[in-house]
Write a protein that binds this ligand. Structure first.
Ligand code: SF4
Ligand code: SF4
Length: 163
């Protein structure tokens, strides 16, 4: 499957599944959609940029580090987007997939989200829905059949040091 089709399929998996039953943006005034810059933009997964080449709401830049030998691409926005085309990182936030050294796919709260997202805090009174975690796991079980995405995620996981 080509990358565009693969990511469109991944995007659709989050059309109806969200972290909470209500819009979690009400808890924080949508802080994760504010204040992005080239240091704090969303990662694009390998080949995801192909879906956004003519985007008028995302700016794509290269981060100053590489994963799997390729520069990591960061997307930033001005705080609004057509919801159907928001990047995968926005859809899964504040969770992240990781692949352990034993090659097991897990879904964790992204440690980088802790200072920003109320759902990522230890005292969060609104547990993230199991359905959402399952959707993230299913999505990445599909995506890591692609060797580029698997290799990226393995290196990314080692960087996060969550195991
Ligand atoms: S994912 Fe977290 S930071 Fe983003 S809107 Fe929901 S609660 Fe706020
Ligand atoms: S692309 Fe959309 S969902 Fe993602 S940070 Fe920007 S406004 Fe929020």
């Amino acid at each position: 499957m080509d990358k565009k089709t693969l990511y469109l399929q991944a995007y659709r998996m989050f059309d109806r599944v969200h972290p909470l039953r209500f819009n979690c943006g009400r808890l924080c005034d949508q802080v994760c959609c504010r204040g992005t810059d080239t240091e704090t933009g969303m990662y694009l997964f390998p080949g995801e940029e192909k879906l956004h080449q003519s985007s008028d709401f995302l700016t794509i830049t290269e981060a100053n580090f590489r994963l799997n030998g390729q520069p990591v691409l960061l997307a930033t926005c001005n705080g609004s987007c057509p919801r159907t085309m928001r990047p995968l990182a926005c859809r899964i936030f504040p969770l992240t997939p990781i692949i352990t050294p034993k090659d097991i796919l897990l879904v964790k709260v992204d440690p980088r989200a802790g200072g920003l997202c109320p759902l990522a805090r230890e005292d969060n009174p609104f547990p993230i829905r199991p359905e959402f975690k399952t959707a993230v796991r299913r999505c990445f079980a599909m995506l890591i059949r692609d060797p580029d995405i698997r290799a990226f995620l393995k290196e990314f996981s080692a960087e996060l040091q969550l195991f």
